[in-house]
Design a protein around this ligand. Structure first.
Ligand code: GTQ
Length: 350
């Protein structure tokens, strides 16, 4: 069914109007009434489709990439996860980029900074670190890591295992604003800071006495051991949300707000046997399975997922999650940006 506010129907344009359109086309003008229905539809319409990257296949391709190019040569050795409805746009949702990054033992992904914000979820392998403005933190499987806008960051793997993580960036949002800058190599050496200093200073239910919270999140690693134990304790005490199970969002410790201004991140536990009700929201959401197996019905598409799979739910499409065993799902979306603009909506089906 065509939902349109447009006054005239396509294909029903009189010769006189056609001639007029042609005339004004040459003057960089166009008739709104021909496109109004697309510009302001009754409900969100998206070119994005539900999609799924099973882990074994994605991992195998990443390891092939590891044979083809070094991290140093690539700068970042990443396979971009592109929504099939947005091929060529380096986007997994209309507003967000996603990729899987591989760092082999001994490799370093060199320092740089950019206006885009990054969030990461460690998928496989121990022994790598990331650093933000000179402070290193180890990356453990399941950790949620952020790289705030315009902070210098590099990644290294002095360990013995291949390390793979999920990257989410707000690149499409930055591109929308034509506000993309990047830099290599800081002009002066970065301050030497103790490993995990920010975790101790800002993430222990204490804050420095003179700290004033701002947009910049001082914490850049949220350890999975802590996240998981929180979810397990909440599972024991209940209640369960009918659609989301136990779903928590990561927080900026200084404000209680979102961990980054544009990208929100969540961790949720779906107990074995959970059969969620359907829910749709305007923030298209990318999921990474941390633990467990289950399936999600997304519109008319069923996705059967297992550990470390990535899948995606488009904006305003009903999603229903079912867990065959206790499952933990990480997810990210542009919800903070939509909330800041006052446009975020969610609809729960009974
Ligand atoms: O780790 O800095 O997937 O700059 C894409 C761009 C990762 C990164 C990506 C990046 C990075």
């Amino acid at each position: 069914m065509q939902q349109t506010l447009s006054a005239s129907k396509p294909g029903n344009v009189s010769g006189e109007r056609q001639a007029f359109y042609k005339t004004i086309d040459a003057e960089s003008m166009a008739p709104l009434w021909e496109v109004l229905g697309d510009l302001v539809p009754r409900e969100p319409r998206t070119p994005c489709v539900p999609c799924h990257w099973p882990w074994d296949a994605a991992r195998a391709r990443l390891m092939q990439a590891g044979q083809l190019i070094t991290a140093a040569e690539a700068e970042r050795r990443v396979l971009v996860l592109e929504n099939p409805g947005l091929r060529g746009a380096s986007s997994i949702t209309h507003s967000l980029y996603a990729g899987l990054q591989l760092l082999l033992p001994g490799e370093i992904a060199p320092v740089h900074r950019h206006t885009a914000t990054a969030v990461r979820l460690i998928m496989e392998g121990e022994g790598a670190y990331t650093s933000v403005d000179g402070e290193r933190t180890p990356m453990h499987v399941g950790d949620f890591v952020i790289t705030p806008s315009w902070t210098f960051h590099d990644h290294g793997n002095p360990g013995k295992e291949a390390v793979i993580w999920f990257d989410g960036l707000d690149v499409p949002i930055i591109k929308l604003f034509d506000a993309a800058f990047s830099e290599h190599q800081p002009a002066s050496p970065l301050p030497a800071r103790a490993e995990d200093d920010s975790l101790a200073r800002y993430a222990g239910n204490l804050l420095p006495v003179d700290y004033r919270a701002g947009l910049a999140n001082p914490v850049f690693r949220y350890p999975y051991a802590q996240t998981r134990s929180t979810l397990v304790r909440l599972q024991a005490s209940g209640p369960l949300h009918s659609a989301h199970g136990i779903r928590m969002r990561f927080a900026h410790p200084g404000t209680g707000g979102w961990p980054t201004p544009t990208i929100g991140a969540f961790m949720q536990l779906l107990p074995k046997g959970f059969e969620g009700t359907a829910c749709r929201s305007t923030d298209a959401t990318v999921y990474c399975v941390v633990e467990g197996r289950g399936h999600s019905d997304i519109g008319g598409t069923r996705i059967n997922w297992g550990p470390r799979d990535v899948f995606m739910v488009p904006s305003w499409v009903d999603a229903r999650h079912t867990a065959g065993e206790d499952a933990v799902l990480f997810s990210m979306s542009d919800r903070p940006a939509q909330l800041a603009l006052g446009i975020w909506r969610e609809a729960l089906q009974p």
